[in-house]
Design a protein around this ligand. Sequence first.
Ligand code: PMV
Length: 344
Amino acid sequence: MLSEVLLVSAPGKVILHGEHAVVHGKVALAVALNLRTFLRLQPHSNGKVDLNLPNIGIQRAWDVAKLQMLDTSFLKQGDVTALTPEQMEKLKEVAGFPEDCADHEHLAVLSFLYLYLSICQSQRWTEESLELINKWAFQGERVIHGNPSGVDNAVSTWGGALRYQQGKISSLKRPPALKILLTNTKVPRSTKALVAGVRSRLLKFPEIVAPLLTSIDAISLECERLLGEMAAAPAPEHYLVLEELIDMNQHHLNALGVGHASLDRLCQVTMAHGLHSKLTGAGGGGCGITLLRPDLEQPEVEAMKQALTSCGFDCWETSIGAPGVSVHTAASLDPPVWQALDGL
Ligand code: PMV
């Protein structure tokens, strides 16, 4: 079924502008990062396919020969947007699960089996497969967030830089190659609780909070316009405006109640180096982004990274606009990436 090592990867993503506002129908700008998560599919000589998900304690194995003999035509039947109860039943049968299993661990195994069988059928992803991947990722988001906007799964699936509003997605034509520093404050938070907090603040103070959301929408639109201008002819002034937008949005997000002392610290430390930061995603801790202007000298970036690391944060220098979910062969990967995956 699988004759060589197959690697599937998806990019990390950040929301440049529009987090939280996007949940209320406003525009968000999201970009895929050149930081990827890999799934390694590797042939075994024992004739089995092993699934190892160490984080949730799952280890399963199936006979490849048995999987090969399966009639997988049931996977192609019906609407690709949702598995039918009959397809779910078949998958449970293949997995050897009881019919009534519904917990996350069993569902994770079924998701794997479904994706495995589908990927092995075709190694070139069509637009339809990407739509399906996006929908599966959205279902995963729903398990975790409750009521996600859909922006996160969309940008990880299609990559690049996206404008997202109420399920409508458009790609920015030629996003400029912005460099950013992604910093993880390592402060845990619940997206679900933070989104609920913004909603209750909006209900409590509609006259105050609705204009904040409208203003965030305007920031996203202005950033989109600017990125378009930069694609044609980037100039140092553009970066100054991007920095102003970052500052304004960060203040708005604080006013929405999704800031955190760790994110304030991140903004202060980067500001001491003349750079501007904002939270990205749900806030309340989590990650922040810092715009790295092209005029920056590397020693300055290193000094800032050092200062952030001393606060207990993790940082990665990266760039925006990476490809979306992709299939790779071992030979097509950069040797260091392959070595890291091989050592797992
Ligand atoms: O940090 P994340 O991936 O949980 O981002 C959440 C982004 C929100 O706008 C706050 C929620 C959403 O579903 O869009």
